[in-house]
Design a protein. Structure first.
Length: 103
């Protein structure tokens, strides 16, 4: 469709500017923070060691007893050890977090 007489036609570049702006907003608000969070979690999983207190994706709290390639053995209570996949560990417990494990 041609513009009405007396109005200049918008260039193709000016039509791409809003699309580029939307992509930039998505990148800085969604993609970049998600990648950073993913790198941080992977670094935490690579550095897991015996004695770390962790939280699993199912909400289980435990202390790492052993780490194999993809398996982590957690102590969840006295004389109770559970094997979970390494990818199910989502975070380290804060030192200030109290739990019923330490009673």
């Amino acid at each position: 469709m041609a513009p009405p007489p007396g109005q200049p036609q918008a260039s193709a570049w000016m039509q791409l500017v809003p699309i580029a702006a939307i992509f930039a907003i998505f990148y800085f608000l969604l993609i970049r923070p998600a990648r950073k969070r993913q790198r941080d979690v992977q670094k935490m999983l690579d550095e897991l060691k015996a004695g770390d207190k962790v939280i699993t994706s199912g909400g289980m709290l435990g202390t790492v007893m052993a780490v194999d390639r993809d398996i982590v053995q957690l102590r969840v209570a006295d004389k109770v050890k559970v094997d979970v996949t390494k990818s199910s560990v989502v975070a380290l417990q804060d030192s200030g977090t109290s739990s019923s494990i330490e009673t």
